[in-house]
Ligand binder design. Structure first.
Ligand SMILES: C[S@@+](CC[C@H](N)C(=O)[O-])C[C@H]1O[C@@H](n2cnc3c(N)ncnc32)[C@H](O)[C@@H]1O
Length: 347
């Protein structure tokens, strides 16, 4: 996507640099320092965007497909074996930011705290029909199905391995109120007006055309229903992940086709659903989450190598978790943050 912005590239062979980084020989403080430098570079690039950049981005998103490069995202994260995530994530397999208020000390507690916060802000209650859109390994659906036994949860993602994991866990836990479905949200077919709540946690970052997506979701909501969205975001700058050098390692390796929203981006797409309330959590909550994933990975390096097929893959994930920790921790969590929104159908 060309928004008329020329990114400066430096005459460095990024392939060689990447091989050195992924060799595992670069000391952690050096890696962290390099990642912080890349974050600072990204901010400088974003500040230099011409006036009207976000408007142009909004217009280009409106004319895009709902999502692009979905197969790449699956290869990069979502069809990676659940057993790998069982080593790296917490007990709920929550692959998204957790919440660390005072008194929360472990990743499991922080997962539970964010699930509680999500349920409260989404106004989940017993007896509802709930669509968990971009469900990952079922962190919300499996937790909430036990909490709200008279509610029915439909967990959807485009990864078959996630669907199989959720179905097996629902059976093992005796949760008859969870159904898991593998489908791409672009073509997902669901009955109209069927859901009291749609909850989407860290899936919108893989989407492009928010307008078309929100129109689809509005069609699935029952009268009086609501959508709750959780995304990571930058406080001012929205930008697509595009492969243009060092600061785009993330684009190439983990977020091909993805988008960093700004906290204001969703406000441009209220044609069918209107934002009734929004909230922000500072980035330190994500930084602490990613630090915990990083420590888990380091503690299970050999098993992770067997599951991923090579040491180089472990190093790639190690750099990814470090990059998330440093990005969200940058300037004490005041730049890249977590944003929550509740939306309701326009009358
Ligand atoms: C970062 S994970 C979040 C998982 C989960 N919500 C959680 O909090 O643990 C993003 C999820 O969105 C799903 N996803 C990404 N693109 C999708 C698409 N085009 N259609 C359906 N699901 C998609 C991924 O498979 C994954 O389940």
């Amino acid at each position: 996507m060309d928004h008329g912005i020329v990114q400066k590239s430096v005459a460095i062979d990024w392939g060689v640099l990447q091989r050195i980084v992924e060799s595992g020989w670069v000391p952690e403080p050096v890696l962290r320092g390099a990642i912080r430098a890349v974050c600072a570079l990204r901010l400088r690039q974003e500040r230099r965007r011409p006036p009207g950049y976000e408007q142009a981005l909004v217009a280009s998103l409106r004319s895009s497909d709902i999502a692009i490069e979905t197969a790449a995202a699956n290869t990069q994260h979502y069809e990676v074996p659940a057993a790998f995530f069982a080593r790296a994530l917490g007990p709920h397999l929550k692959y998204s930011a957790c919440y660390w208020p005072a008194g929360v000390a472990t990743l499991g507690e922080a997962e539970a705290a964010m699930l509680e916060l999500t349920a409260a802000r989404a106004e989940l209650a017993d007896g509802q029909s709930v669509l968990d859109l971009g469900c990952g390994w079922g962190s919300l659906s499996l937790w909430a199905a036990a909490r709200f036994p008279r509610s029915r949860f439909t967990a959807v993602s485009n990864a078959r391995s996630q669907r199989d994991h959720i179905a097996a866990q629902a059976r093992a836990r005796g949760l008859a109120n969870v159904t898991a479905q593998a489908a791409d949200v672009r073509t997902l077919a669901l009955p109209g007006g069927a859901f009291d709540r749609v909850v989407s946690i860290e899936m919108f970052e893989h989407m492009r055309n928010y307008q078309a997506l929100l129109r689809r979701i509005a069609g699935w909501l029952a009268p009086g229903g609501a959508l709750f969205v959780h995304v990571f975001a930058h406080r001012r700058h929205a930008y697509p992940f595009e492969d243009a050098g060092a600061s785009d390692w993330m684009a190439r390796e983990f977020f091909t086709g993805g988008l960093m929203p700004s906290t204001g981006l969703l406000h441009h797409f209220q044609d069918d659903l209107a934002i009734t309330q929004d909230w922000q959590l500072d980035g330190t909550h994500y930084a602490r989450t990613a630090e915990a994933w990083y420590r888990n990975l380091m503690a299970h390096r050999a098993e992770a190598a067997a599951l991923l097929g090579s040491r180089a893959q472990v190093e790639r994930w190690r750099v990814f978790f470090l990059a998330c920790a440093e990005l969200f921790g940058f300037r004490a969590g005041r730049e890249w943050v977590i944003a929550h929104y509740r939306l309701a159908r326009r009358r």
